[in-house]
Design a protein around this ligand. Structure first.
Ligand code: SF4
Length: 258
């Protein structure tokens, strides 16, 4: 089944996503007049969904903004950038593929036992900041969904001893690019179903760990799935907790007020 953009209008999940992304945009002022937004497109279900939603928003929103799709080719053999490029350009969106030697760097420099993904993602993020700048984009949109926020919250508490998750809008370390995450209210399960229904041309990144979540992240996913059987609303409660913080009831003395 080929992807047909017109079918999106009839798709129940896409309509739900539009509502969720609209809420995120309003809650965190994610899109503003005159923005030029670089959308990181990996060829996975999340980034394609993000691209389609931002494109839809661009057509309907009362503010004028532009989008450019950026893909980082890390050099994993078999990565089908041609499929990504033809999908993105078929939508009428400008697409840039940046070739890198990340695979070689990771193979040479990664310490035994350290996370493949975090090294790879760090390298990619650096390239994306540079590209956003090169293409005159003031914002970089990433496809993290609500499950990513929740799992990161748990990972930091379980393994790092820190109470933090992700930000829906944050100035990057380069001090210039604002990173935005418009899918903060969209669940991974819905994206998975949508990607299947819409026949998105998902491609494998072809890295050595492709398709297998980081071990610790996988543990969080399994834990949440187990807990969800008894506490069906656990994920929405955890996500809500991130916007309902009571610093006086925490132990961080730098947050103490009185
Ligand atoms: S899944 Fe593969 S391509 Fe994606 S961040 Fe991890 S190592 Fe990199």
């Amino acid at each position: 089944m080929a992807f047909v953009r017109d079918n999106l209008k009839e798709n129940r999940l896409f309509r739900k996503f539009r509502h969720e992304v609209g809420r995120a945009v309003a809650d965190f002022s994610l899109i503003e007049e005159g923005d030029r937004v670089a959308v990181a497109v990996s060829g996975g279900k999340d980034s394609y969904t993000l691209l389609l939603l931002l494109d839809e928003l661009r057509r309907r929103a009362p503010v004028d903004f532009e989008i450019v799709a950026l893909t980082v080719d890390s050099g994993y053999r078999g990565f089908r950038t041609d499929i990504i490029e033809s999908f993105v350009t078929s939508l009428g969106i400008r697409c840039h593929i940046e070739k890198t030697n990340h695979f070689e760097i990771i193979s040479e420099k990664r310490r035994e036992g350290s996370s493949y993904c975090s090294f790879c993602a760090r390298l990619k993020r650096g390239v994306l900041y540079g590209l956003a700048d090169r293409f005159g984009c003031n914002k970089l949109a990433l496809g993290h969904h609500s499950d990513d926020f929740i799992e990161t919250l748990l990972l930091n508490q379980f393994f790092v001893g820190s109470l933090k998750a992700m930000s829906a809008r944050m100035l990057a370390d380069n001090g210039e690019t604002t990173v935005i995450r418009p899918l903060v209210y969209v669940s991974e399960a819905d994206i998975r179903t949508f990607a299947r229904e819409a026949a998105l041309p998902v491609v494998c990144c072809c890295c050595p760990v492709c398709g297998t979540a980081d071990v610790q992240r996988k543990r969080m996913k399994t834990l949440l799935t187990e807990l969800e059987k008894d506490i069906p609303h656990i994920k929405s409660s955890l996500l809500r907790a991130l916007s309902n913080v009571h610093p006086r009831h925490l132990l961080d003395s730098s947050l103490r007020n009185g």
